[in-house]
Design a protein around this ligand. Structure first.
Ligand SMILES: [Zn+2]
Length: 111
């Protein structure tokens, strides 16, 4: 039986201690079941990097705001307040100079 690599240092020498997995190299301990549940929402940015609540991102293309003539310019910074499990507009963001709005993950990248 093999275990997933250490989420902290990617070591492969992970062993099991009761319900936890333990990394001998950085002594990180975790419960593999909890990790899987936390991982359900997988939303990726323009570069394929996973986004999480609280990430700072940069808009990578001009985005029209629905129902408005306003445009979010490329390079605008935003804070991801929440990542949602949706097909698009997955990111509940606070956008600099615009305010709160839903943004599609593939139109941003991690700052
Ligand atoms: Zn480790």
């Amino acid at each position: 039986m093999s275990f997933p690599p250490c989420p902290s240092c990617q070591s492969e020498y992970v062993y099991q201690d009761l319900s936890h997995l333990v990394c001998p190299e950085c002594s990180y301990e975790w419960n593999p079941q909890e990790v899987e549940e936390d991982d359900v929402v997988k939303v990726k940015d323009a570069n394929g990097a996973l986004l999480a609540d609280g990430d700072k991102v940069i808009v990578v293309k001009d985005l029209k705001i629905k129902g408005s003539s306003q445009v979010i310019k490329i390079g605008t910074k935003a804070l991801v307040r929440r990542v949602l499990d949706k097909k698009d507009h997955e990111l509940d963001c606070k956008v600099d100079g615009v305010g709160e709005m839903m943004v599609t993950a593939k139109f941003v990248k991690k700052a």
